[in-house]
Design a protein around this ligand. Structure first.
Ligand SMILES: [Mg+2]
Length: 368
């Protein structure tokens, strides 16, 4: 037993951070970040950190419930020697049934600790899919949240001028306004990729009609995320069938929260892409979803809930290690203010570069 892996202290705590502007989608909005963090420290003083981004309006999880689960896990981990972080993660999975954001935080902290004690970057824990090398540099899209036409224009102008080349536009509240917003972003950034995220706001017929109206104006999104309610598998399949052979991928987000969901989506030809997020499935199951999807020719997006620089940077490592993601949607730090808005590997142009990454994730939130 290697005692450098012995956990001496473990603490879970809620940390808040202000948003620079509200994050609005079809089903709700965030006005601040209020996430649960976990810090594990070895007897040698090496710490690993994890974060749970609780999206109550999407997953039904709560901050108090997540905090309680992580406090219980922290109590169980004190004094334990965790040399095999993956098997420790799997031991706790049952205790976090229905609280995948909590599970993600636990896995993140254990894997961060493991990579720091070993002196390797976090991405080294994830072997590339299909024998590719790690992909250490890539760019994120930027989200145009639900809002007015002027707000959409302002976001597009600011981020296009900063060099962003992929705009993920939230739609699904007001079809007429959505159409105007998408056209405005395309006009301001004509060479950029357009991604639409309806967050379940349409039915199959209205979604296809909306895409036709965009096509008539020369706008063809590269990807359409979660057009219909999460259990509307027929609607998803109908849209996917209608768009087969077109340049628009149909991507499940809310519909796929687990490996079982991913299998169902793939086996029923319901989608051509899947959005993986730590907070939906945890980290290890997220990697399994990615491997399954990649093996079946399904394209992959890596996304985030309202996550701080810690979870966003952990996700960047995950994307770098697995090297199978075509769409990176990890822009939430651009909506934050303060210490938690800063990832050491993300620049103001939306470009991640992990070539010089040190041990672990590389972000150490301060616990008061
Ligand atoms: Mg989404």
């Amino acid at each position: 037993m290697d005692i450098s892996f012995q956990i001496q202290d473990a603490v879970a705590s809620v940390i808040r951070a202000p948003l620079a502007s509200p994050f609005r989608i079809a089903t709700g909005q965030h006005d601040e970040l209020e996430n649960v963090f976990l810090k594990l420290t070895t007897r040698d003083g090496v710490s690993g950190y994890g974060e749970a981004a609780v999206a109550s309006h999407i997953t039904g999880e709560t901050v108090p419930g997540t905090l309680a689960n992580l406090q219980n896990a922290a109590a169980a981990l004190r004094g334990q020697t965790v040399e095999d972080a993956e098997s420790a993660c799997r031991q706790f999975a049952a205790a976090f049934a229905g609280n995948h954001a909590g599970l993600a935080a636990l896995e993140m902290a254990l894997l961060d600790l493991s990579s720091r004690v070993r002196g390797i970057p976090f991405y080294r824990l994830f072997a590339p899919v299909a024998a590719l090398e790690p992909r250490l540099a890539f760019s994120t899209d930027i989200t145009v949240v639900i809002g007015s036409l002027d707000e959409a224009r302002a976001t597009a102008r600011e981020f296009a001028s900063r060099g962003f080349r992929a705009f993920k536009i939230k739609i699904g509240r007001d079809e007429q306004l959505d159409l105007a917003r998408v056209l405005a972003v395309h006009e301001i950034a004509p060479d950029s990729q357009i991604i639409l995220d309806a967050n379940m706001g349409f039915c199959a017929g209205s979604m296809l009609a909306f895409l036709d109206r965009l096509a008539a104006k020369g706008v063809r999104p590269v990807l359409l995320e979660q057009p219909v309610p999460k259990m509307d598998w027929d609607g998803l399949s109908e849209i996917t069938a209608a768009l087969t052979g077109s340049e628009t991928l149909v991507c499940a987000d809310e519909s796929v929260g687990s490996l079982a969901d991913a299998r169902r989506a793939i086996d029923s030809n319901a989608v051509s892409a899947i959005n993986v997020k730590f907070m939906k499935s945890g980290i290890l199951e997220g990697a399994e979803i990615a491997r399954l999807a990649a093996s079946r020719g399904i394209r992959l997006m890596l996304g985030a809930m309202m996550e701080s620089a810690l979870a966003v940077t952990a996700s960047a490592h995950f994307a770098a290690g697995l090297a199978c993601f075509d769409f990176l949607d990890m822009d939430t730090t651009f909506f934050l203010k303060g210490e938690l808005a800063h990832s050491p590997y993300l620049d103001e142009h939306g470009r991640f570069d992990l070539h010089d990454a040190g041990p672990g994730i590389g972000v150490e939130p301060s616990f008061s």
